[in-house]
Design a protein around this ligand. Structure first.
Ligand SMILES: NC(=O)c1ccc[n+]([C@@H]2O[C@H](COP(=O)([O-])OP(=O)(O)OC[C@H]3O[C@@H](n4cnc5c(N)ncnc54)[C@H](O)[C@@H]3O)[C@@H](O)[C@H]2O)c1
Length: 306
């Protein structure tokens, strides 16, 4: 089976590329900047821009993939830096991938949504959010600066719904929680470097109150779910949560400071914020998918650095 990974230089894309290549799958990679895409024998690399329909269509037409994993995006606050560019990459880019997939009869497209599409649900610490939980769309929440990114992902979910129903396209979304792992450069700054900082004796300032809760998931687990959804012959659903370890910032700081000798410092002047408990039971039942605990995750991450 041949998989085209679009956004192959990113945190998830580059790890998925290595993982699929290790399984001897045929992989083609596309990114605007191939600099961080792993250079692996047999993996074809194509420089290309998702905002350009003819480039997307050409790579699909030339390589005829059985699966496309679409990960090219301006992530988190990156979506706010250049509003026009983020509309082109995050909305038109997604449309280009879906439209070109219709044109070339691609059997399945897997794309990354986000836990952010649940952000307008009224908070309740007992609530366990599943893929079927209602996802109210609030213009206020969507257009404040923290969640513009989530607004675009909401729109991507509509795009996927329309293409899959009108064009009979097999489109599956994965909704990751906040992902961490080696070489995260985009999105939340502190999430990208807290393990590296701890290992090199640097302070990590966490701009969150210690009582805040946060759901982190390790990149290997997220890649594992992308791989399972990519390789499955048949899928029971068109969306799967990755889930994450919902813990307090105080617990994250304590675990990193004691086990890695880090110096993470939360910000007590901020108001606490709370994330939902997001279930990955659906993926567990269908694929036997599970996630590492936070302590196991930082152990694995730090072992790659030392
Ligand atoms: N990392 C997370 O915590 C997280 C959480 C939820 C969802 N997601 C989603 O998963 C996907 C991948 O995330 P990631 O963390 O790997 O992102 P990333 O920022 O590490 O990588 C994105 C990649 O897209 C590429 N790209 C950007 N513009 C492009 C263009 N015009 N044409 C071609 N390539 C382009 C970049 O060069 C980069 O390699 C994104 O859709 C993201 O929104 C990520």
């Amino acid at each position: 089976m041949k998989t085209l990974i679009i956004g192959s230089s990113g945190l998830i894309g580059r790890n998925l590329t290595s993982q699929l290549a290790e399984q001897n799958e045929s992989v083609v990679c596309m990114d605007l900047d191939l600099g961080a895409t792993p250079d692996i024998d047999g993996v074809e690399l194509v420089q290309g821009d998702v905002t350009n329909f003819s480039e997307v269509s050409q790579v699909i037409g030339t390589h005829e993939p059985d699966r496309i994993v679409h990960l090219a995006y301006l992530v988190g606050r990156g979506a706010l830096q250049d509003l026009s560019l983020s509309l082109r990459v995050n909305l038109i880019g997604v449309d280009n991938v879906f439209r070109a997939s219709v044109e070339h009869n691609v059997p399945r497209i897997i794309w990354a949504s986000t836990l952010g599409v649940y952000s307008s649900i009224d908070y309740d610490d007992k609530l366990i959010v599943t893929e079927d939980s209602p996802r109210p769309y609030s213009p206020y929440t969507a257009f404040n600066t923290a969640s513009y990114y989530s607004a675009l992902k909401h729109m991507n979910e509509y795009q996927a719904l329309l293409y899959s129903s009108r064009e009979d396209l097999d489109i599956c979304a994965i909704r990751p929680s906040t992902v961490f792992g080696p070489g995260r450069y985009t999105g939340y700054p502190w999430v990208g470097n807290f393990v590296e900082d701890a290992m090199s004796g640097k302070t990590t300032n966490v701009p969150m109150h210690p009582d805040s809760t946060f759901g982190l998931v390790y990149v290997d687990d997220v890649v594992n779910l992308f791989e399972k959804v990519t390789m499955a012959k048949k899928l029971n659903f068109d969306v799967y949560n990755t889930g994450g370890n919902l813990i307090s910032i105080a617990e994250i700081v304590e675990t990193v400071n004691t086990t890695l000798g880090g110096n993470m410092v939360p910000d007590t002047s901020r108001e606490p914020t709370f994330q939902f408990n997001i279930s990955h039971e659906r993926a567990h039942e269908e694929f036997g998918y599970d996630i590492l605990s936070f302590a196991e995750s930082i152990k694995r991450h730090s072992s790659l650095i030392s």
